[in-house]
Ligand binder design. Structure first.
Ligand code: GLC
Ligand code: GLC
Length: 650
């Protein structure tokens, strides 16, 4: 909320700043006077909120006004550099701001090199993306990164250069245009919590440049790191204990750098407005290459304060909101997606049209796997009933797997209200997915097992976690059928629950774990590489063949995608849980624009009954069946086939 006082101050600041901008940018303004006019209109609309946030973050700095002016100049320069087609896209999106809630939306995510060698290769896969029905393509970090270990590109050495083996920035920008012509929005990461230790800012710091010492959080002794660490969670305990790394060549006697993740990923210091301004420039640079959605990486960690756990702090939200205002002014078509893999109460705090319009839904993801393991839907139903509704102008990005591990980020309080002990239950889930639990079908690997806390996360592909690897290698056709049904069941839920479904490419053909990462010195210590295999195009070639495993998964998924795209009921996010009185069956109703669909998902390997009385009450008998293998009898109990995903609707 901008108070009257701040509004007055913002107005006055703008009156002082605009003439200075006009002078500084005289040439660009005379070359593009209409562009300038549009920019001034957007500034009029969004400067008060940007000013309010910036004042809250940096108002106590002696050089506040200097940085504010510097920011505005950057915003104007980026706008002038924005191509005509992107400015047109800006207008189209402003006229249709909820475009991303459509049931036509379908996301895919892949690594450039692993999926198609390089950016030209990705371009050549556009026909495949269209076949699948993608409208959103997240290319994993493709920016210049250190050779060898670089956390899959999450250690960025330059936001303006593509990692040389993958191609060039010109190729990225041309790819974004071709994708857009094919109806696909390009999504890339803004890895803004940290840079690699080879980024020019880090290099300057190492060279002793004082200006850049303030870009990171570096300490000459252990005193402050010790004090901070009293309240911090360890994120990558396998790699280093605590959150700091010692570099002997910094300062005179060495220095401790804040490194939440790996030692080569240096956390930026957003308490310094110069860091905000420089990162805003990098973000707008990417927007001007045609990036339509920015995935804001590791949002929870960007603000640090002594005495707190330095996650999800109020100023982290302010920083993102200020970036959002920046985007509204200079690249209004661009949306933000937050990557907050934290407690569900904290996840939702990033979701707002003024902050992140999109958010990963780690709770739905984790609870789908929970239901797969337990064959019970109580936690899942509860979460959908109480935590699924978000701001009407925002959307979840629903997924079953991405490139990261699975963390069991459900709420302990929610679990306790159903009589489930969170700590014990997480242990069970880890045992189950590591294949150690008696009767488990899963083939997962531990990630960042922490003996101090008992914490552990799970790596593995969707298919291997769902039982397909074990079924193919050790069991037989019956188990294979069940594993495929599980894969389709959980994809059925993400395709219909509301929001944007996101497929981790490879999962559509049932890709199994790839254990060869253990032979690669750059990957051997990070089990997440087990689920990041190189695309096998020979297997892809079998995707239309119903007689083989790839074809069965892919054709099944194609049916579900067609179901989503045919039914307007799957637009938007409105969802009501339907009580089934059966612990194994999740049921929900989706409604949109007068259309309705009812979904039944049986998480057990045996037939399950839904009483006629319930079906009657929700008028299920009156509607045609759209998907599923069970048949709906007239006015009788419904016998749901094992692991069936049944949909009826108008
Ligand atoms: C995000 C990425 C993850 C990476 C981390 C550090 O969480 O998804 O892969 O390790 O950020 O950048
Ligand atoms: C932690 C972080 C998350 C990241 C993950 C990588 O869970 O919260 O941002 O994706 O680590 O494993």
């Amino acid at each position: 909320m901008v108070t009257l006082d701040v509004e007055r101050k913002s107005k006055r600041s703008l009156q002082r700043l605009l003439p200075r901008l006009e002078k500084e940018l005289a040439d660009s303004i005379s070359a593009d006077s209409q562009g300038w006019q549009e920019f001034v209109e957007r500034i009029d609309n969004y400067f008060p909120s940007l000013f309010n946030l910036y004042l809250g973050l940096y108002g106590n700095r002696y050089d506040f006004f200097f940085h504010l002016e510097d920011l505005l100049i950057s915003l104007a320069r980026s706008w002038f550099a924005r191509a005509t087609d992107l400015r047109e896209l800006d207008k189209a999106r402003e006229a249709n701001p909820l475009w991303f809630q459509s049931n036509q939306m379908l996301g895919g995510v892949c690594y450039v090199d692993l999926f198609a060698e390089n950016l030209e290769g990705v371009k050549s896969k556009i026909p495949y993306f269209k076949e699948l029905g993608l409208t959103y393509l997240h290319l994993m970090p493709l920016f210049k990164a250190p050779e060898g270990e670089n956390d899959g590109g999450y250690a960025v050495s330059s936001y303006r250069e593509v990692h040389p083996p993958l191609g060039t920035m010109e190729q990225l920008s041309s790819l974004s245009r071709e994708l857009r012509q094919a109806g696909i929005s390009l999504v890339v990461d803004l890895v803004f919590n940290h840079t690699s230790d080879e980024h020019i800012w880090a290099e300057r710091l190492k060279a002793g440049d004082e200006e850049y010492a303030d870009f990171y959080r570096v300490f000459p002794s252990r005193e402050l790191p010790n004090a901070y660490e009293r309240n911090l969670r360890e994120i990558f305990p396998d790699e280093h204990a605590g959150a700091f790394t010692f570099f002997p060549n910094l300062f005179r006697n060495g220095g401790w750098v804040w490194t939440t993740f790996h030692s080569y990923q240096w956390d930026l210091n957003y308490a310094n407005p110069a860091v905000f301004n420089r990162m805003a420039e990098e973000m707008l640079f990417l927007a001007n290459q045609g990036v339509e959605v920015i995935r804001l990486d590791a949002v929870a960690f960007i603000w640090k304060e002594m005495g707190t756990n330095c996650e999800n702090l109020p100023n982290a939200h302010k920083i993102i909101q200020a970036f959002n205002a920046v985007a509204r002014i200079s690249a209004p078509a661009m949306l933000f997606k937050s990557e907050a893999i934290v407690h569900p109460d904290d996840v939702v705090k990033y979701i707002d049209p003024g902050e992140c319009q999109l958010s990963y839904n780690p709770l739905l993801m984790a609870l789908l796997w929970n239901s797969v393991a337990t064959r019970k839907v109580r936690l899942l139903s509860q979460a959908l009933a109480t935590r699924h509704t978000i701001h009407p102008q925002a959307a979840w990005v629903n997924y079953v797997r991405v490139h990261d591990d699975i963390g069991w980020t459900f709420s302990d309080e929610d679990a306790a209200s159903l009589g489930v002990n969170g700590y014990d239950h997480r242990r069970f889930l880890n045992e189950f997915y590591l294949g150690r639990f008696e009767g488990s079908f899963a083939r997962g690997l531990p990630f960042q097992e922490n003996p101090k806390t008992g914490d552990c996360r799970i790596s593995g592909t969707c298919a291997s976690l769902a039982g397909l690897e074990k079924a193919l290698n050790e069991e037989g056709p019956n188990a294979v059928e069940l594993a495929i049904r599980r894969i389709l069941l959980i994809h059925g839920v993400i395709l219909t629950a509301g929001g944007i479904p996101l497929i981790y490419l490879g999962d559509e053909i049932g890709t199994l774990n790839d254990y060869t990462y253990r032979d690669d010195p750059a990957h051997e210590r990070d089990s997440r590489w087990v689920h990041r295999p190189r695309a096998d195009w020979e297997k892809y070639a079998r995707r239309h063949d119903p007689a083989c495993m790839e074809g069965r998964v892919d054709l099944g998924l194609q049916n579900l995608i067609a179901l989503r795209k045919d039914q307007e009921a799957f637009s938007g996010g409105e969802l009501d849980i339907l009580p089934t009185e059966n612990d194994h069956v999740l049921a929900f109703i989706r409604k949109h624009a007068g259309q309705r669909a009812v979904i039944f998902a049986n998480f057990s390997e045996s037939q399950q009954t839904i009483a006629a009385r319930i079906l009657d009450q929700y008028s299920v008998y009156n509607e045609p069946m759209l998907h599923g293998i069970s048949s709906i009898p007239a006015q009788q109990d419904l016998e749901l086939e094992p692991l069936d995903f049944l949909v009826v609707g108008t």
